[in-house]
Design a protein. Structure first.
Length: 475
């Protein structure tokens, strides 16, 4: 029994198999995990997560009640309960509902003439999402001591707070969304009953948190309109209960980044990148290969920069690191292929024997990303929408010589970094090309001064304080 619990789909560790078919243990990926990891390792937390792969499933099934820490796995001091949710249920809940429906709604990714379609088949997928949330609520109810605090993360687990409250009214429950929240008109695409269930599910929490004020306000607007809830900027009252509404803008972990970026593997990558760059200017982007990250329009903008500002031909290199994500979904596989085709076109149009205008890498290499952060003259972060975007915060915190940040106004990070970034409309490719030119020509002293302010803003709420902030809001 424990006093503090965290629940998220992806956990702090993931399993694989070695050549002999034995289980191997690695670190779970993604921003959410790194944010929570630095906290969970040092606090008495039980972290409840889902088994994502066959190897995870085997490890979870072999551990007593799914508790990996009790099965002799080294999970970095964190107590982890990994849920062995049946494969088909997990697939429907994670790939179909969470990643292809709720993620698409909040990031406004639908091509609406043809999608979404909410039919009988969708209802079956939804039932799986309900079952998946119930499995989390049941596990949390079993692990939590009397009056414990439970921090539920993200759109995978919108229903769990209410389910948990029904079983354990003694608990203090928070829900935190790492994504944006859709505007009311877009959110209303969901079938009415499901739209309401998501909202009432989250309002089972005592506190509902977001990275940015506009996402919290959009959530409040949906509650007011769809539930008739009584909403203020800091609370939602519905069904005789009041949930707090809060903004906790996760910041970059400067201590971790600086220590990590000073290691040998990063120094080796720096040497390689410098050799590829020569004395040219460097434009960097680092993203998951994710539809919302808007990498295609970013590359189109770079192509337009080279077309319209010929002075940059031969004098700039764009390193675009787009590491793999959600490749179970066909849209994501196709997106990677589109990026590669576009990179080929840019290469064909501009490359010369001694200049490669674009280096697109689609593998994951964290030390290389850190080296690029240190070296970048310009960082491009142009998502269609983004809950926060930590890349925009990490790079200024690590920059050696100052970096000019080209930032989408639709990223949560723009609320804190907007004054010192060059803001762009992510759909405006020409505007983004102009912003790249402006960033590349920014005087050195101005760039350095802006970087200092960006770094200060970016590191204001590092993960431990972000976590403490939410606990404080829970009382
Ligand atoms: C990003 C988002 C999180 C989300 C995670 C899931 O990090 O900011 O909101 O939980 O992606 O990604 P996954 O790879 O687990 O589908």
């Amino acid at each position: 029994m424990t006093d503090l619990l965290v629940a998220s789909n992806r956990g702090p560790v993931s399993f694989g198999y070695d050549e002999e078919g034995r289980l191997t243990l690695g670190r779970g990926g993604g921003g959410l995990v790194s944010g929570l990891m630095s906290v969970a390792g040092s606090t008495e937390v039980v972290w409840v997560c889902a088994a994502l792969s066959d190897a995870d499933r085997q490890a979870a099934a072999e551990a007593p009640a799914g508790r990996l820490d009790r099965a002799g796995h080294d999970v970095g001091g964190t107590a982890v309960r990994m849920l062995d949710i049946p494969r088909a249920t997990f697939h429907r809940a994670y790939n179909v509902i969470a990643n292809s429906t709720l993620w698409f709604v909040h990031h406004m990714l639908y091509d609406t003439p043809s999608k979404p379609v909410f039919d009988d088949a969708f209802r079956k997928e939804w039932d799986a999402y309900v079952a998946y949330n119930q499995a989390f609520a049941d596990a949390l109810a079993e692990e939590a001591s009397e009056g414990a605090r439970v921090l539920v993360q993200d759109y995978h687990l919108c229903l769990a707070p209410r389910m948990l409250r029904e079983r354990r009214p003694d608990l203090r429950i928070a829900h935190f969304s790492h994504t944006p929240w859709a505007p009311l008109q877009y959110y209303r695409m969901l079938p009415d009953d499901i739209g309401r269930d998501v909202l009432t599910g989250m309002l089972g929490a005592d506190h509902v948190g977001f990275h940015a004020g506009r996402w919290a306000a959009a959530f409040g607007a949906c509650c007011a309109e769809l539930l008739g809830a009584d909403t203020t900027p800091s609370s939602v009252r519905h069904g005789g209960r009041t949930s707090g509404l809060g903004v906790h803008a996760l910041g970059a972990d400067a201590d971790f980044l600086q220590e990590r970026a000073s290691r040998q593997d990063v120094a080796a990558r720096l040497r390689t990148l410098r050799a590829q760059l020569g004395d040219r200017r460097l434009v960097v982007r680092v993203d998951r290969t994710e539809l919302s990250k808007n990498i295609v329009r970013g590359l189109l903008a770079y192509r337009e920069l080279l077309r319209r500002y010929p002075q940059w031909r031969g004098n700039v290199v764009h390193m675009a690191f787009a590491y793999p994500s959600r490749h179970d979904l066909p849209e994501y596989r196709e997106y990677t292929a589109t990026l590669q085709r576009l990179a080929g076109e840019i290469e064909d149009e501009f490359a010369t024997p001694d200049w490669q205008p674009l280096l697109l890498q689609v593998d994951d290499d964290f030390p290389r990303s850190l080296a690029a952060y240190r070296l970048a003259d310009v960082l491009v972060v142009n998502p269609i929408r983004d809950g926060m975007n930590l890349v925009a915060k990490e790079c200024p915190a690590l920059s050696d010589r100052g970096v000019a940040l080209v930032l989408s106004r639709e990223a949560g990070a723009a609320d804190e970094l907007g004054d010192d970034a060059v803001l762009v409309n992510p759909f405006d490719v020409s505007g983004t090309a102009d912003a790249l030119h402006e960033a590349l020509t920014m005087p050195d002293d101005e760039r350095a001064a802006r970087t200092k302010r960006l770094a200060a803003a970016a590191t204001r709420l590092p993960p431990p304080r972000w976590f403490a902030d939410q606990l404080a809001a829970l009382g």
